[in-house]
Design a protein around this ligand. Structure first.
Ligand SMILES: NC(=O)c1ccc[n+]([C@@H]2O[C@H](COP(=O)([O-])OP(=O)(O)OC[C@H]3O[C@@H](n4cnc5c(N)ncnc54)[C@H](OP(=O)(O)O)[C@@H]3O)[C@@H](O)[C@H]2O)c1
Length: 277
């Protein structure tokens, strides 16, 4: 259970969550790969095991992902935070940012309806749309906050400059950038988040490690802890920073349980350094 092992992180100063979340993206999309009742059972199992931060997006299967979470978890346990995203559309293989203010408003309203919420605890701009002034995009989210429809605003795939500019319009509570043991290109953004108490939500936290060559430090450390490479990838992230909030995604109950168990792994300073080389 996460309660016993995981430290908490307080998003935006008032939303305490365990530092190991769940990414719901892989629960929908292909019924042949994962049937709905199994997907619902996985979402429920995550919460049963103590997960209280779940990430989704309007664009995950045209809202079906949000609907599935509501079907599985509504009425939500009071401590459970469902974070969603808007501002990017998915056309099959192609993802396109769409940040016009009126579109962001419509999508936030639809997310509220699908998630059966009066207010979204964390609404993340999925991508900054280069065709729309950043101030207009963040301004739209700010208005949703002022109306009580959004509690905190987060950003995804951003630079420090974008974060700084957005922060002048409304406080930015979280950043969701791609980051994992083998891809640390946005280390500077993570350090900015640490300095400013912003939750850092790394997406793709485990997949590259699961796929990567097994003869590397991750395998050595995994053997020492009798753990899997996925668990070591998560333990490394949790060790890396107190603002780190990984959201591993899975369509497998066994992988879910394995990932959650990673929160109780403790790496030594030497192991942490060895893994980071
Ligand atoms: N902000 C963004 O732009 C953005 C982009 C992508 C994703 N996201 C969010 O980030 C979350 C996580 O990202 P992700 O799903 O792309 O990457 P991920 O969590 O790193 O990897 C998921 C993949 O790894 C496998 N996996 C998970 N746990 C495993 C384990 N213990 N052992 C072996 N394989 C394991 C899964 O397969 P199985 O299903 O077989 O377990 C799946 O193929 C998503 O759910 C979504 O909420 C955000």
């Amino acid at each position: 259970m996460l309660e016993d092992t995981t430290t908490t992180l307080t998003i935006g100063g008032d939303l305490p969550v365990h530092r190991l979340g769940f990414g719901a993206m892989r629960l929908t999309g292909d019924p042949a790969r994962l049937d709905r009742s199994t997907a619902i059972a996985i979402a429920r199992r995550a919460v049963e095991l103590g997960v209280n931060f779940i990430d989704t997006a309007d664009a995950y299967d045209l809202g079906d992902n949000e609907e599935l979470l509501a079907e599985a978890l509504h009425p939500y346990r009071p401590d459970v935070v469902i974070a969603t995203k808007g501002g990017q559309i998915n056309l099959g293989r192609e993802w396109i940012p769409l940040g016009r203010p009126e579109y962001l408003r419509q999508q936030a309203e639809l997310s509220l309806r699908r998630l059966r919420l009066d207010r979204i605890d964390l609404y993340q701009l999925h991508r900054i749309d280069p065709a729309v002034p950043l101030a207009d995009q963040i301004g739209a989210l700010r208005r949703l906050q002022d109306e009580g429809k959004v509690r905190h605003v987060g950003l995804s795939e951003v630079t420090i400059d974008q974060l700084t500019e957005a922060g002048k319009i409304t406080p930015i509570a979280s950043v969701q950038n791609r980051y994992n043991l083998t891809d640390r290109a946005c280390e500077d953004v993570l350090e900015y988040c640490e300095r400013h108490g912003i939750a850092f939500i790394p997406w793709l936290p485990v997949a590259p490690l699961v796929r990567a060559d097994a003869a590397d430090p991750a395998s050595t450390v995994a053997r020492r802890h009798e753990a899997t490479r996925a668990q070591i990838a998560l333990a490394w992230l949790l060790h890396r920073s107190p603002v780190m909030l990984p959201i591993p995604g899975t369509s497998s109950r066994a992988h879910l349980e394995e990932n959650i168990a990673a929160a109780s792994l403790s790496l030594s300073a030497d192991e942490f350094a060895q893994l980071a080389t």
